[in-house]
Design a protein around this ligand. Structure first.
Ligand code: NAP
Length: 247
């Protein structure tokens, strides 16, 4: 199975206003041109609008991009999940989703959700599945249901200021080769005002965003998905992989 690209692009808050659409599509296309070969979205973002933006951005270049989307917990049931998946496939205009994530814990039992996800894999609708916002005890619980050990990723909050997952979830995932997707790598932009980050960035001739992303890229098995709608931000983020940080 193909490993997840290490650096991708987020899309939260895209697809909300039609007047921003062309700029959002352009930002994602530029990111693909610059090698950020994964796009993360969700049926929640812009209530389907972000998936449509992604669909437009990847049109004609499906083979270059690893597509991740997420379903609402209220769609995690045997009855609702197949229809939610079809709707996402339609908005994304793809035949198959590379990674399909439960957005956060549902009231539906894991066994039921995993059963449907495994069927979606068999039917070719998704290539693999994962979760988001689950902690280590919840991952333990998930891996005890039939098929649960096939969880491919957990997408969680992780950045220089929010390092809680290092205590248990990160080692849990590393032991089982479950990918960690670090969301809000710039803490939604708030991290970029941090003085220490500015000092390091100045020393390296880089920007604070590049240092924050490069720090996450040092962690094996972690995929980083900064969101940027400005072309300048996309260019900066794409070159984060070139920043060399020492311990
Ligand atoms: N699974 C979940 O529950 C969950 C939760 C949150 C996020 N996510 C995913 O993770 C992605 C990233 O997280 P996020 O959107 O919360 O926040 P983020 O990526 O930490 O930060 C995004 C903000 O930083 C700005 N930015 C980006 N690159 C920059 C740069 N080089 N210099 C200065 N500012 C820069 C963006 O501005 P512009 O847009 O103006 O360029 C935007 O305001 C989301 O888009 C989403 O796909 C998942």
């Amino acid at each position: 199975m193909q490993a997840l690209p290490r650096l991708g692009m987020g899309t939260w808050r895209m697809g909300e206003r039609s007047r921003d659409r062309a700029a959002e599509v352009a930002a994602l296309r530029l990111g693909l041109d610059l090698g950020m070969a994964l796009v993360d979205t969700a049926e929640m973002y812009g209530e389907g609008g972000a998936e449509e933006v992604v669909g437009e951005a990847i049109r004609g270049r499906r083979d270059e991009v690893f597509v991740v989307t997420k379903f609402y917990p209220q769609h995690a049931s045997r009855r609702a999940l197949p229809a939610a998946c079809e709707a996402s496939l339609g908005r994304l205009a793809v035949e198959s989703i590379d990674l399909y994530l439960l957005h956060w814990r549902a009231a539906v039992p894991f066994a039921e959700t995993v059963g449907v996800l495994e069927r979606l894999v068999r039917d070719g609708k998704i290539r693999r599945w994962g979760v988001s916002n689950l902690d280590a005890p919840e991952m333990d619980e998930l891996s005890r249901v039939a098929g649960g050990t096939r969880v491919a990723a957990d997408q969680v909050l992780y950045n220089l200021e929010r390092r809680g997952i290092e205590f248990d979830l990160l080692p849990w995932c590393a032991r089982r080769e479950v990918a960690v997707m670090a969301y809000s790598p710039l803490d939604e932009g708030a991290l970029l005002r941090h003085r220490a980050l500015h000092a390091v960035a100045t020393r390296l001739g880089a920007t604070p965003a590049q240092v924050a992303i490069a720090w996450l890229l040092l962690r094996p098995g972690v995929t980083v998905i900064p969101k940027a709608s400005s072309l300048e931000h996309v260019r900066e983020n794409a070159s984060s992989a070139n920043i060399v940080l020492d311990a």
